[in-house]
Design a protein. Structure first.
Length: 132
């Protein structure tokens, strides 16, 4: 095994992929969904609805998603089902939320900031928000 000295990588536009066997690597954000990692971690600027896919619901059938707000203010909208009613959960800087496995959710930006997310790397599903 050859040794290569670890080097810092910019967080902007990058993901941290956590693979089985406790192996971690940095990836370009564009590789999201195309890695065999179990989990991905990233930091995303949230400035408006477009930055948080506000016109789409998302869910992760393979695991929970952790949303940790570093700066700003967002509202996490959780869709309801037979097990739980729909609700809105406000997040301020320094707060986090674990979105339950398989729960449809989306975000609304109330004050621009940065969001750290930890999510299963594969199997995410999306559906468009239906007009009211």
């Amino acid at each position: 095994m050859t040794f290569s000295e670890p080097r810092p990588q910019a967080l902007d536009g990058r993901l941290i992929a956590l693979h089985p066997g406790a192996h971690a690597e940095g990836l370009d954000f564009a590789a999201r969904g195309r890695t065999d990692a179990d989990w991905i971690i990233g930091i995303k600027a949230v400035s408006d609805g477009a930055s948080v896919h506000a016109n789409h619901w998302e869910r992760h059938p393979r695991g929970e998603e952790v949303l940790a707000l570093l700066d700003g203010r967002v509202c996490v909208i959780l869709d309801g089902d037979a097990a739980r009613p729909a609700c809105e959960v406000p997040l301020a800087a320094g707060q986090m939320l674990v979105v339950p496995r398989g729960t449809w959710h989306r975000l609304r930006v109330e004050q621009p900031g940065r969001l750290l997310f930890v999510t299963p790397s594969q199997g995410s599903e999306h559906r468009r928000v239906e007009a009211a």
